[in-house]
Design a protein around this ligand. Structure first.
Ligand SMILES: [Zn+2]
Length: 387
């Protein structure tokens, strides 16, 4: 009895101690700078990091299930997840059948390896994670005059952010004419401390600038629990953009970090493809969905589509609202919103047909045809950027 009791209490103690990060065993694997006490909506940086890895693993396992030989029945959990993949990665889905082999190939050979690589990057020390603009210093670093840099803890080196505009401290809140940068992934240059003007960098490293204070101020969720319940009182189906998370944002940055040359924010003039008339990138659900329907190969290297798919799949029972059609984004002034309002419930034609008479979902019939979609600027209020 005594023995059993002892083990019982030990188990509880171990469980309790396990909740707190132990010295030397922190969850964050990268070298942290300015991350002491960093949190978003009460979630610690360790929880956020752990959740990003969970999201990547969950997305991979969802895709493994979808690409198996199971029938994707309309109006089921598997159709929720198949719709997520259709919208973010532009695959076709046969509701009532298995996934077409071309869709399976895309998901197995292109999408899943991205999630696995991102997860691998999260699980070993592959670079520097900077959580705040506060410790940034500015001055001459090597050949760069007036540049932002950080001291690398425990070393005599600094890391220079040569692409950060000299007048804007990293992780600054928005100001006139300046986009908000919540996260950024770049190849940082490492210099010896007090490098003079003739000094060349002694190395490079992957650096993720992860602006936790801004994510918190912009009401990002800290993390998304596995199987979380999404609800959206203003809509019949929840809007994925209302569940954007710090952990998802970290996953977005980690996908850049796989290969900053390949995984760039698509659709903007920075990348040179200029897909959207406003020259901004495919951030947010509606723009990522439009990109996937019109430029699938771009969507398959677009970090934000990967983020949103992973976030949506954390709630497998949620039937997310479809991407918003154009007439919804700009209702005629003075006119009562039609039933095809942007928050109206929507179901794709294919899935509705497959569901048959028993599968009625109230609301207007609406197809996800690419031609019927336009940009929805409402979905674009914050920017990530990468260089
Ligand atoms: Zn990005």
């Amino acid at each position: 009895m005594l023995n059993r009791g002892y083990h019982g209490w030990t188990a509880i103690l171990v469980a309790l101690l396990g909740l707190a990060p132990r010295p030397g065993r922190a969850v964050v694997q990268w070298t942290m700078i300015g991350c002491e006490g960093a949190s978003v909506q009460g979630q610690s940086i360790d929880s956020i990091w752990d959740n990003a890895a969970l999201m990547a693993a969950n997305a991979d396992s969802v895709l493994e299930t979808l690409t198996g030989n199971n029938v994707i029945k309309a109006l089921t959990t598997s159709s929720n997840l198949a719709n997520n993949a259709k919208w973010m990665f532009g695959i076709s889905v046969n509701f009532g059948g298995v996934l077409p082999s071309s869709s399976k190939n895309t998901l197995n050979n292109v999408v899943r390896p991205v999630y696995r690589q991102a997860k691998n990057l999260l699980q070993s020390n592959n670079g520097y994670l900077i959580c705040s603009g506060a410790p940034a210093l500015r001055g001459q670093v090597g050949t760069n005059a007036n540049t932002w840099y950080y001291n690398i803890p425990g070393t005599q080196d600094v890391i220079a952010l040569t692409s950060q505009p000299p007048g804007i401290r990293p992780c600054s809140p928005p100001s006139q004419g300046t986009p908000v940068t919540l996260g950024q992934t770049f190849n940082g240059k490492i210099y010896p401390l007090n490098a003079d003007i003739t000094t060349l960098p002694t190395g490079t490293a992957t650096v993720i600038l992860f602006c936790t204070e801004l994510l918190d101020a912009n009401n990002f969720k800290g993390t998304l629990a596995s199987g979380f319940q999404a609800n959206d009182p203003s809509a019949d189906f929840p809007d994925p953009d209302k569940y954007r998370s710090a952990s998802g944002t970290l996953l977005h940055e980690m996908i850049h970090a796989i290969d900053t040359g390949t995984y760039q924010d698509q659709g903007n003039d920075q990348v040179g493809d200029n897909i959207f008339p406003d020259s901004n990138a495919a951030y947010g659900f509606n723009r990522c969905a439009l990109l996937a329907q019109t430029h699938q190969s771009n969507a398959l290297v677009n970090p934000d589509g990967y983020r949103i798919f992973a976030e949506m799949c954390m709630s497998s029972n949620t039937r997310w609202g479809m991407p918003k059609p154009p007439q919804a984004a700009t209702p005629a002034p003075g006119r009562k919103r039609s039933v095809i309002g942007r928050d109206a419930p929507r179901l794709s034609l294919g899935e509705r047909r497959a569901a048959g008479p028993g599968g009625h979902v109230p609301g207007p019939l609406d197809s996800a045809d690419a031609g019927a979609m336009r940009l929805d600027y409402l979905g674009h209020d914050l920017e990530w950027s990468a260089s």
